[in-house]
Design a protein around this ligand. Structure first.
Ligand code: SF4
Ligand code: SF4
Length: 428
């Protein structure tokens, strides 16, 4: 992996994508950063206009204002859902981040942090698992309190990052094939993910169990790696491409009906591998074929329909849409249908369920104040529901919402939808 962009501006927002925006402003009411900051340049329309001025050469790609407003975007893609003109905002903002990265000189320290995260941690699940366990242990030993007591700004930020972590980290340990119960309805290959595989290994195991219980044979592919979503969100498109090629190669020989992923952010990125590798003649077709087979676990199960009836659960549940499932993949009905299939479960409506919780990849690390404001808004909405559990389907959302509820002293539990289904099955 080189980490060097071969053509510095090859990934910049194209005129074709920019020109689709007709500046109607219909997306503005759906934009969380516009709602909080009230600044046109922190709205989708304002950001696209900024990209246009850079494309026209009237503002330089390394201008601090460009980096600021593009950096403050969540990449939640709510504006994409709202846009009647079909503007592909997610592609635009990731392209702009790549353009900024190529145009800006980074300090040695920042390059070191990027390399540690993007080259050494995320693509290596075992290294990430050790790092996650050490971090969870530090959190449990009260290190965040000590860091805060130092009074240093860096200490407080590090403390917040540790507090985002769940109370335990479990590494995935699955057999290479999990046979279906009863007649086989489908065969799938499972994408494990870096954070899911090293922190939420229990959810991966639950995903395999729930699929198998519903007649799906699950294959676990070993040489796979991180999906590259966080790399792409941070403008590191060349690093993301390298990971995408490795995943396309890893799943190439699998004769399966779908590639299943249970992290919304990963699924959205993998469904766009064709776009990511479109200019790579050796990989473009294979990447597009791979992308066409990717399905979120809730999407796949919702479409397939549950064959096994879950046991009753007497809980009030609110569903919070992960942005990259709802806006990035347009999956809305299937998760709700799965929840409705649990007897006894009472669904309660959650206001602004389609709004970002502030997690947004690494947003809660790079933009902590804005992320906290959005999280407090999400927690207030959750508390109004009186729900016992908040259900979602993405690791970032799980950690972010759980940390917000914990800080608010709430007893509401946050759970991955597949874990809840698994609990219902196991209770029976
Ligand atoms: S992104 Fe779409 S909705 Fe927003 S201003 Fe442009 S055309 Fe209108
Ligand atoms: S991606 Fe989200 S935060 Fe960014 S402009 Fe669109 S709605 Fe606003």
């Amino acid at each position: 992996m080189t980490g060097i962009l071969p053509y510095p501006n090859a990934d910049a927002p194209s005129e074709e994508l920019i020109s689709r925006c007709v500046h109607c402003g219909l997306c503005l009411p759906t934009c969380p950063t516009f709602a909080v900051l009230g600044v046109e340049m922190d709205s989708p329309r304002g950001r696209i206009r900024l990209m246009k001025t850079v494309w026209e050469g009237r503002v330089s790609a390394d201008a601090p204002a460009f980096a600021k407003h593009i950096g403050q975007c969540l990449d939640c893609r709510a504006c994409e859902t709202a846009c009647p003109s079909g503007v592909e905002y997610g592609k635009l903002v990731e392209a702009a981040r790549s353009q900024i990265l190529a145009a800006t000189t980074r300090s040695l320290g920042e390059r070191g942090i990027r390399s540690a995260a993007f080259d050494w941690l995320l693509p290596h699940r075992r290294v990430l698992a050790v790092f996650a366990r050490l971090s969870v242990t530090a959190k449990r030993l009260g290190v965040p309190r000590v860091l805060r007591a130092t009074g240093l700004r860096g200490g407080a930020r590090l403390a917040e990052m540790l507090e985002l972590l769940p109370d335990s980290a479990t590494m995935e340990r699955l057999d290479t094939v999990i046979p279906a119960s009863g007649p086989v309805r489908a065969r799938v290959a499972m994408f494990s993910g870096c954070v899911m595989g090293s922190v939420f290994g229990g959810t991966n195991a639950a995903t395999a169990r729930v699929l198998a219980r519903n007649g799906v044979e699950v294959h676990v592919i070993r040489p796979q790696t991180c999906c590259g979503a966080l790399h792409a969100h941070a403008g590191e498109r060349e690093r993301a491409r390298e990971l995408a090629r490795r995943n396309v190669a890893a799943f190439a020989g699998e004769e399966v009906d779908a590639i299943i992923v249970n992290a919304a952010g990963c699924g959205a990125a993998m469904k766009e591998y064709g776009w990511l590798l479109k200019d790579d003649t050796a990989w473009a077709t294979r990447a597009a074929e791979f992308a066409s087979r990717v399905r979120d676990a809730t999407e796949f199960l919702g479409d397939l329909g549950l064959r096994a009836v879950p046991s009753p659960m007497r809980v009030r549940a609110a569903y919070d849409d992960p942005c990259h499932l709802l806006h990035g993949q347009r999956v809305r009905e299937q998760p709700r249908a799965l929840l409705a299939a649990i007897p006894g479960l009472e669904m309660v409506p959650l206001e602004e369920a389609d709004w970002c919780c502030g997690s947004a990849g690494t947003y809660n690390v790079t933009q902590p104040e804005l992320a906290r404001t959005l999280l407090e808004r999400k927690v207030a909405n959750i508390e109004k529901t009186g729900a016992d559990v908040v259900v979602t389907a993405n690791p970032g959302c799980l950690m972010q919402i759980q940390s917000g509820l914990r800080r608010a002293g709430s007893r509401t539990r946050v759970v991955h939808l597949i874990d809840l289904l698994d609990e219902a099955y196991r209770a029976g």
